[in-house]
Design a protein. Structure first.
Length: 121
């Protein structure tokens, strides 16, 4: 099945992009955003749980990526308690869940690439 970009230029969140795929890559592209979404797909997690899942990401990087995912509406952040230490939980929004079928396809493709050209360690 062939899917084409509907328009040469699109507007999303007050920005102009050359194609809808540029919008998608802005939302979930980069080294960590899709990985964070992958780890939130089954259950909400606290920051430390995500930090343990993404061991090679720095705390600053994880914080910035979570904030951007929250601003873009893919992840929600809930804070529980009114005095330290506060419990902060991150979860996928309904909008974030719409990315899961594409994420599953990327995961499958990544597994295939590693099986054929790399090595699972």
């Amino acid at each position: 099945m062939k899917t084409e970009c509907i328009s040469e230029f699109v507007s999303f969140n007050d920005k102009t992009y050359p194609c809808p795929i540029s919008v998608a890559m802005n939302l979930v592209g980069g080294k960590w955003k899709s990985v964070i979404i992958y780890h939130l797909q089954y259950e909400p997690k606290r920051f430390n749980e995500l930090r343990n899942d993404l061991v090679s990401a720095t705390d600053t990087t994880l914080t910035l990526q979570l904030k951007q995912l929250e601003v873009d509406g893919l992840v929600s952040r809930q804070v529980f308690g009114d005095k330290p230490p506060l419990k902060t939980v991150y979860s996928l929004t309904e909008f974030g869940r719409t990315f899961l079928p594409a994420l599953q396809a990327l995961t499958q493709w990544g597994n295939q690439v590693v099986a054929e050209r790399g090595q699972f360690v």
